[in-house]
Write a protein that binds this ligand. Structure first.
Ligand SMILES: Cc1ncc(COP(=O)(O)O)c(C=O)c1O
Ligand SMILES: N[C@@H](CCCC[NH3+])C(=O)O
Length: 382
């Protein structure tokens, strides 16, 4: 079934984000079933979408929270996630952010460098606490995704590269207010080649053996997020293939007895339930190209401009024969283009257009460039 906007929103001023909470609930049900309670602990990566109604559903489904800023830690706590289910990642955590998370006594910091560990130690000591830490390693595993969203290669800024790990652990062992509880890795986002999770598992298996030889038994292992979604055909696959994703780790990761394995998924949880709605301002026909100029632009959904990402586009108002359009926004940048030569039914001013799979990394990456107002969010399927 293709996308339908509930009638109550047909007069909503555009552009706006529409979220289908019923689809979110179905996605969460599939996710929690595939994670097989007790087998995997799932943390939702707030960076993908931190709207309150969405967070409340996710919390109700029993997920924890994966945060990448003090603001996200705060938002997760306000939304009711227990501090013991909050993890805090990020290559550049400020002192204020660390202090906030320490004071809340969150479950774990995913730490990425010796300088960060020293600051964690100092600030935890000042608060009379111990910081639980998982070391984010950079496993140098290619995620076969867009180069801008690959995070686990030597050239990327994230994590501790493997040759440096022994030195980092030696220094960590000297820090009295930091407790090593696990390893963390996250190799990239929008991953569709599932074999990379087997490669990651094998690296983690070797590392664990190496650590055990040095006397470190780790109760926690966090394998990150990254499961991709179907942007080309959102209606064919509204719910991502969680079973295959978890299956890769079940098959290839050598879990130690009583070890807790964590994942932190963002996109696959919320992408398909969100749609950006926009109206056509003008159809401009030149000698070369036929443009459909929308009232939404890269300020509302930056992914096509930033990564050349594909989002499925539908004209909800027209049933006329199809023509090719370059679908663009009103922003003063040539990259403000949602799609080139897209086949849409003959399109006219005021037609309503849906830009699909926009629930993750859409609204959260909006900007006020050109002094644009922030698009509102509305919710259906309650
Ligand atoms: C450290 C970390 N964890 C989790 C995520 C969530 O990833 P995804 O939305 O691809 O599941 C990201 C984003 O890529 C990340 O950087
Ligand atoms: N923002 C990116 C993904 C990066 C995820 C954060 N590490 C996207 O829209 O696809």
């Amino acid at each position: 079934m293709s996308f339908q906007l509930p009638a109550e929103f047909h007069t909503q001023p555009t552009p706006f984000y529409y979220y289908d909470l019923a689809l979110l609930d179905q996605t969460l049900a599939a996710l929690t079933a595939a994670a097989r309670p007790g087998k995997f602990r799932v943390h939702y990566a707030l960076k993908a979408n931190f709207n309150r109604p969405i967070l409340e559903r996710i919390k109700q489904a029993g997920l924890g929270a994966d945060c990448v800023s003090g603001g996200e830690v705060q938002r997760a706590l306000e939304a009711g996630f227990g501090a013991d289910h909050v993890v805090f990642a990020g290559v550049g955590k400020s002192d204020a952010e660390i202090n906030l998370a320490l004071a809340a006594d969150i479950f774990c910091f995913n730490a990425e460098s010796v300088p960060e560990l020293r600051v964690l130690d100092e600030l935890a000591g000042a608060q009379g606490r111990r910081a639980r830490v998982a070391l984010r390693i950079n496993p140098n595993v290619d995620a076969y995704t867009h180069p801008h969203i690959t995070t686990g290669l030597d050239a990327n800024k994230f994590g501790i590269s493997l040759p440096d790990l022994a030195g980092v652990i030696d220094q960590l062992d000297q820090l009295p207010n930091v407790e090593l509880i696990g390893l963390h890795a996250h190799i990239g986002s929008q991953i569709t080649e599932m074999s990379v999770f087997a490669a990651l598992s094998r690296k983690l298996n070797d590392l664990q053996t190496w650590l055990e030889d040095r006397g470190h038994q780790l109760p926690h292992l966090n394998v990150g997020g990254g499961l991709g979604i179907n942007y080309e055909q959102p209606d064919e696959q509204p719910i991502p293939d969680f079973a295959t994703y978890f299956g890769m780790f079940e098959q290839h990761l050598q879990r130690r007895p009583n070890q807790q394995v964590h994942v932190e998924l963002g996109r696959s949880v919320v992408a398909q339930c969100g749609t950006l709605l926009s109206r056509v301002l003008y159809v401009k026909e030149s000698q070369h190209t036929r443009f459909a100029i929308l009232d939404a632009g890269m300020t509302e959904l930056m992914r096509p401009a930033l990564y050349g990402s594909h989002h499925h586009i539908q004209n909800l108002s027209s049933q006329l024969p199809e023509q090719a359009y370059d679908v663009v926004g009103p922003i003063c940048e040539s990259t403000d283009t949602f799609g080139r030569a897209r086949l849409l039914p003959e399109t006219h001013r005021h037609d309503l257009v849906a830009i699909r799979s926009a629930g993750a990394y859409g609204e959260v990456m909006a900007s006020g460039y050109n002094l644009r107002e922030k698009a509102v969010a509305v919710y259906g399927g309650r």
